[in-house]
Design a protein around this ligand. Structure first.
Ligand code: SF4
Length: 280
């Protein structure tokens, strides 16, 4: 099982917004196997920041987006925890880790120490930082939350740390996030800058064949906008599903779609191994 090395963390009053100090809002910090993408199976330390500029209805890290946790760590504490593990690969994920200024400072520190860094991003923000692999997951129209697809109604109270729904979250139930998410989920200039500046993989969460026309259109637009080639095997199709039961429904048809279009299929190894356990 993955090993958490979390310590008590100082509480922050503003975890859902961009941080600018020498620290980060941290939801989880743990050691596991990379479950997705070209580095699947590689032992890695995961730093999951809290706070996201989008609100996908299916978000599998609810406490980084819909109701971000209030934990905070300074960079020295993060680096101390990382160095307590024997791992060469670091995955900076979220939420949206590039929301935070301090993510750049952390990546610079990790680069100086010789770590390989993967940044898991939704592709809406570009930062100038030492990133070894930009793992870009543009969000499709099917990710947009609607009143009929509101994850807050499906999350049991115990999964919210027993906390009542915050007033801020309550205010988001009026369709505000549907509009904000739809307006912000694709930023072609940011996507082009990310693929131009970094070694990258483009990872799409796919439910079924209905997602493919939008992926193909977005890919055509990005190939037009970017000054670097985007090969078919830079494009990864990942089955939608955060549980083994759900993956059993989606993965075979997504694998078939990958073969049909010449794209790469990526498993969700952590779900196969540990289902939906936290810190995996
Ligand atoms: S972009 Fe990622 S972290 Fe943000 S809401 Fe969507 S799935 Fe969750």
């Amino acid at each position: 099982m993955p090993v958490s090395n979390s310590t008590d963390r100082e509480m922050s009053a503003e975890p859902d917004t961009e941080s600018t100090g020498e620290g980060l809002p941290i939801n989880e910090l743990f050691y596991s196997l990379q479950g997705e993408g070209t580095l699947a199976g590689v032992p890695s330390i995961f730093i999951r920041t809290s706070g996201c500029n989008l609100r996908c209805w299916f978000c599998d890290s609810y406490h980084t987006s819909w109701e971000p946790t209030h934990a905070w760590m300074d960079l020295d504490a993060i680096l101390d925890e990382i160095e307590s593990h024997d791992a060469d690969h670091i995955v900076l994920t979220g939420g949206e880790p590039l929301l935070h200024d301090a993510s750049v400072a952390l990546l610079e520190e990790l680069d100086e120490r010789g770590y390989h860094t993967t940044v898991e991003t939704n592709g809406t923000i570009h930062r100038d930082a030492p990133i070894d692999l930009a793992s870009i997951s543009p969000k499709l129209a099917s990710s947009t939350p609607t009143p009929e697809r509101d994850p807050r109604s499906e999350v049991p109270a115990e999964s919210r740390n027993g906390e009542p729904q915050s007033q801020g979250a309550a205010n988001q139930g009026d369709g505000e996030w549907e509009q904000r998410h739809e307006a912000n989920r694709i930023d072609m200039a940011a996507l082009a800058a990310l693929v131009e500046d970094y070694t990258f993989q483009l990872k799409f969460v796919v439910t079924d064949a209905d997602d493919m026309p939008e992926i193909l259109d977005l890919l055509a637009d990005l190939r037009e906008a970017a000054d670097v080639p985007i090969r078919d095997d830079d494009v990864l199709l990942m089955p939608e599903g955060a549980t083994r039961d759900r993956l059993a429904e989606t993965r075979t048809r997504v694998a078939d779609l990958a073969m049909e279009h010449g794209f790469r299929y990526t498993p969700r190894l952590h779900v196969d191994l540990w289902n939906d356990a936290p810190e995996t």
